[in-house]
Each structure stands twice: as structure tokens, then as C-alpha cells.
Write a protein that binds this ligand. Structure first.
Ligand code: ZN
Length: 415
């Protein structure tokens, strides 16, 4: 199985210069190829392939710009390959994947070394072509062969090396789906995750906590003269704070997903397939949804489930998980966003909103499975959309057209 290990590196001044050159050259080649692709398509309706562009870069672009030969040529080629993948992904799914954008020198920078990389755990260094023994903090050991190394620099100026390793670790086999070992998870903003067994994981609201400071730093940055040294200092302050927010958010999500996938009592996890983009179109929720980062939660949970042999079942995003009574199954349509708990009009059971939703998600997930459970991958069988589609006003229709559906049920379970 391939696994990536990311280490902080502390390059020497000389190595920093080389990195800066490589970042620049890779970005230049990427943007050059993207521009060619766009013009070729606009003018002649032609699609330029990766091989053609690589050859063109080797023959023409390098002759034109000699400084391109100063850096690792394989890194330049992999930049073109990245562009090719980006385009393929876009054309495979034009609705959810955006068209590749031009790279800017202000964003995160990176380049990939596909060959001749070494990690020396005794010396604590990483070696890539043209840069020997880069000091690194190898906080985690690995067994296996090094495939590639990607060097990156954050906007605040920290360097990282992501080492892709072909490990001997085998993925664990999944066990059959059973009611006793299944767990339903409802994601929310008040508590980040509510489990059907009563466990809750709090939402640290990392952005909210640092928002005042971030606003202050951004205001200071905006008042500095463009191109000045002081502006750069202010820019780094903003970047550092934003990285701090992102890091603490990621840390929390890793801890939650790890504890969920390492629970011996849990072999199946049922989750809602949230439409995060759709939810963020709602201006009142956008910041809170982004801060909770449900998308990343799902990504982390997905791969950890795969690694540790846990079944992951995604239920349909329109399944009425909050409004259904977990006891008698009646649908309480009048449930408002603000109601944290409600009483079922049919059987009189008093429900906690989130816990009820989590239990329903578990039920839906288990029901979604076909009778022959072994044959179909659980992830691929969502529940049938039985939500009545009543369009009341034009505004709602427009939202539907823009693909903004999926807000309603998901958003309601959040607040
Ligand atoms: Zn009921």
C-alpha cells in the first residue's frame, strides 16, 4: 500500500535558492502549458496531450529559456503531468471539479521529484536530485521503498517534504456489516460529530476563536504600502495565523477519525453524504460550515476506514434523518432549525435532535444494504431519494437549478 509521510525540512540558504528556482520553473512550465492548451482549444478545438507538450517543452521552451535547464528536468515533466491529471479530472466530472487555474507565486509552492530520492533516518536528512542531505525532522519512521518526494513551501515560508512510500502494510479486510457493531454519525456545528451510541465530539471552532486576531492582522496588512518590506512582514503574520488555524483544525479531525476507526466495537460507520459546497452557498452557514470542514472529516474518515478495515456506508443526502422519529418512524415535517429537541406527535417520545438523527442515519445505512451484503460495495448503494420535491417559490427553483439542492436537509441538521 502506498502511504505518504510528511516531514518538516530546514534547507540551507543554498538549498533554499535551488528550491525557489525549481518552484518558479515548475510554475512557469505549468502556466505555459495551460495557456497553450486553452488557446489551442479556443482557436482550433484541439486538445494537446501530455506527450506533445513534454516534447515541445524539451525542444522549444528550454532552448528559448536557458534557465530552465538549471533545475531538475524530471520535476518540470511532473508539473506537466499534474496539469494533465487536473484536466482529466475536470473532464471526467465537470460539475464538481473546477477547470485548472493558473498558478501564482503567492500561493503554496511545490515540486515533485519522481526519482533518485533518499531518506536517511540515522542522519535525519532527505536527499533529492541537486540537493544533498536536507536537514529534516523525521518524527515518524517507515518501512518500504521511497517512490517520490514532493517539496513544498507554505506562504509563511515553512518547508515540507512529503515522502511517498510503497509500504509492505496490507489493507485490513472488512468484516460483515452487523447491527451491533454499526455506528451512525451525524455531523453538526454545535457538536462536530454526534454518534448513535451517545458519544459526542465537540467543535473547537478554530476560525471563530482566532477571527478577531485574523481581522486585525488583515487590516494591518491592507494598510501597508505595496511592495514594501513591512507589507511582507504583515503578510507573513496573516499567513502564519491562517496556517495555525488550519493545523489545529486538522489535528482535531485526525484525532476524532482515529478514535472512531480504532474502536473495536465499531466495524461499520454510517454517515450522511453531505453536499458541503451547497451548504456553503447559504451565507448564514458558510463560515461555520467551512470552519467545521465536514469535507475534510469525510476524506480523513474514508481513507482511515479503508486502512483499518471498517465499512463506511454513506446514506443519501436527502434522507430525512432529523425529522423521522427513531421509535415509530413517523415523519415530523414541522421540525424547525432552532428546535434542539422535539416530541413525536404520534408516539409521544421526546427526542434529542442530533442523537435521533445519528440513530436514524445508522438505521438508513443498514437498510440501504442489499440482502446479499458481500457482493456489493456498501459505499456504492445510497438510499433511494424519497423526499417529496415541492417547489414553492422561484427562489427555491433557482437554487435547485444551480445545483444548490441538498442544502435543506443537511443544513437543518447542522444548527
Ligand atoms: Zn414517534
Amino acid at each position: 500500500m502506498l502511504r505518504a509521510y510528511k516531514y518538516r525540512i530546514y534547507p540551507t540558504e543554498e538549498q533554499k535558492v535551488l528550491f525557489a528556482k525549481t518552484f518558479g520553473c515548475c510554475r512557469f512550465v505549468y502556466n505555459w502549458a495551460l495557456n497553450l492548451k486553452i488557446t489551442a482549444y479556443k482557436e482550433r478545438k484541439e486538445t494537446l496531450g501530455n506527450v506533445y507538450l513534454t516534447n515541445l517543452m524539451k525542444s522549444e521552451l528550454k532552448a528559448e529559456h536557458e534557465w530552465l535547464s538549471e533545475v531538475n528536468s524530471q520535476s518540470l515533466q511532473s508539473a506537466l503531468r499534474n496539469l494533465d491529471t487536473a484536466c482529466t479530472n475536470f473532464f471526467r466530472n465537470t460539475k464538481t471539479v473546477g477547470f485548472p487555474r493558473f498558478k501564482s507565486r503567492k500561493d503554496r509552492q511545490s515540486f515533485l521529484c519522481p526519482q533518485h530520492c533518499r531518506v536517511d533516518s540515522e542522519k535525519g536528512t532527505i536527499t533529492i536530485p541537486k540537493a544533498k542531505d536536507i536537514p529534516a525532522v523525521l518524527h515518524r519512521k517507515f518501512k518500504g521503498t521511497v517512490k517520490t518526494v514532493t517539496v513544498s513551501m507554505t506562504p509563511s515560508g515553512k518547508y515540507f517534504a512529503s515522502v511517498l512510500v510503497d509500504t509492505a502494510i496490507q489493507e485490513l479486510l472488512t468484516t460483515p456489516v452487523e447491527n451491533d457493531t454499526a455506528l451512525g454519525i451525524d455531523l453538526g456545528i454545535k457538536s462536530l460529530a454526534i454518534c448513535s451510541d451517545g458519544r459526542t465530539f465537540g467543535n473547537p471552532k478554530n476560525l471563530q476563536r482566532s477571527l478577531d486576531r485574523l481581522k486585525l492582522f488583515q487590516k494591518r496588512l491592507s494598510r501597508k504600502q505595496k511592495g514594501s518590506a513591512n507589507r511582507n512582514k504583515a503578510r507573513i503574520k496573516v499567513a502564519r495565523l491562517q496556517e495555525h488555524i488550519a493545523d489545529s483544525r486538522k489535528d482535531n479531525l485526525h484525532k476524532i477519525t482515529r478514535s472512531l476507526t480504532h474502536d473495536s466495537q465499531v466495524r461499520t460507520i454510517c454517515m450522511e453524504d453531505l453536499n458541503v459546497k451547497g451548504m456553503q452557498r447559504n451565507h448564514h452557514l458558510a463560515q461555520a460550515v467551512g470552519d467545521a470542514s465536514f469535507g475534510m472529516f469525510l476524506t480523513l474518515l474514508e481513507y482511515k476506514c479503508k486502512w483499518y478495515g471498517v465499512n463506511l456506508i454513506k446514506i443519501d443526502r436527502f434522507a430525512p434523518s432529523s425529522k423521522t422519529c427513531g421509535k415509530c418512524g413517523c415523519l415530523y415535517k414541522g421540525l424547525k432549525l432552532s428546535e434542539r429537541s422535539w416530541t413525536c406527535p404520534e408516539c409521544g417520545t421526546h427526542h434529542d435532535r442530533d442523537l435521533n438523527a445519528a440513530c436514524n442515519i445508522k438505521e438508513f445505512g443498514l437498510k440501504a444494504l442489499p440482502s446479499e451484503r458481500g457482493k456489493v460495495k456498501p459505499v456504492d448503494c445510497p438510499l433511494v431519494d424519497d423526499r417529496p420535491r415541492v417547489l414553492k417559490s422561484n427562489g427555491r427553483k433557482k437554487q435547485e437549478k444551480r445545483g444548490g439542492t441538498g442544502i435543506s436537509e443537511a443544513a437543518k441538521s447542522l444548527v
